[in-house]
Design a protein around this ligand. Sequence first.
Ligand code: PMP
Length: 309
Amino acid sequence: MPINPTDKIWFDGELVDWDQARVHVLTHSLHYGSGVFEGIRAYPTSSGVAVFRLTDHIRRLLASAKVFMIDVPYGLAELVAATKQVVAVNGLSEGCYIRPIVFLGYGEMGLNPLLCPVQVAIAAYPWGTYLGEEGLANGIRLKVSSWQRHDPNAVPTAAKGTGMYVNSSLAKVEALKAGYDEAVLLAPDGRVSECTGENLFVVRGRRILTPPLSESGALHGITQDSVMTIATDLGYEVDFEGLVRTDLYLADEAFLSGTAAEVVPIREVDDRPVGDGRPGPITKQIQQTYFAAVRGEIDRYKNWVEHVE
Ligand code: PMP
């Protein structure tokens, strides 16, 4: 999915031209993956464009930075305002993807990151749904990866650290080369963790289950949290529960959730159709409710929708 350039990027407190948001080749994070980042979406609503759960995303960004001992030179309110400014100044009234990144810049080399300058950038640009319209409508095919999800004592799985994503990229490439759309990673204990950039859910009767965060090494997804709230409000029994791969094969329905991917049905895992191999009714109901929520169409979820003036 190519990047669609816009006009301005917020870079260290200023709006700079898209092509001028550059770094030196000796930028610390380029060598050691020592940054933290977020992926956020804004959607059009009847009262203008709004960023979905912006404050929660920036909170997670700052929490990731805390884990990596990065002192971010801007606070929550400043970063929330800066994100809205980037959406507004680029005229992204139809919605967009937003990528904030905190990284360690040029000045020090070596594995002690504490002396490096901390830099912050926020870019926003139009971006279609990550796994494609066809996947959103008819479901995607997953492969259990031969790559394992991180052990939480190897890297902090609760944080969104840039370097940690080499694990996701290896799994993604393996799945794509084998003809699948996305990979599922298992945790070191063999239980299901998550996909390369999405959380996973299975539906069993009226129960909707997702792997427990700390044990599975999955990121605590903001979409996952939204789905859990929506599904509970729709009257389903929603729980964190340890899953093994056969729980995916034998689920009535399965779907994944993430800011970029949104809510996507899973139609096959390792060549076994999930249910009858088509998106199930509960998945569709949750997906539709999610899309209405992000567009500010449901009063109950209005506080998730943060308007850009
Ligand atoms: N897991 C991983 C590894 C991710 O990168 C993401 C995307 N941030 C998610 C899950 C889903 O998180 P969210 O719903 O907050 O986008």
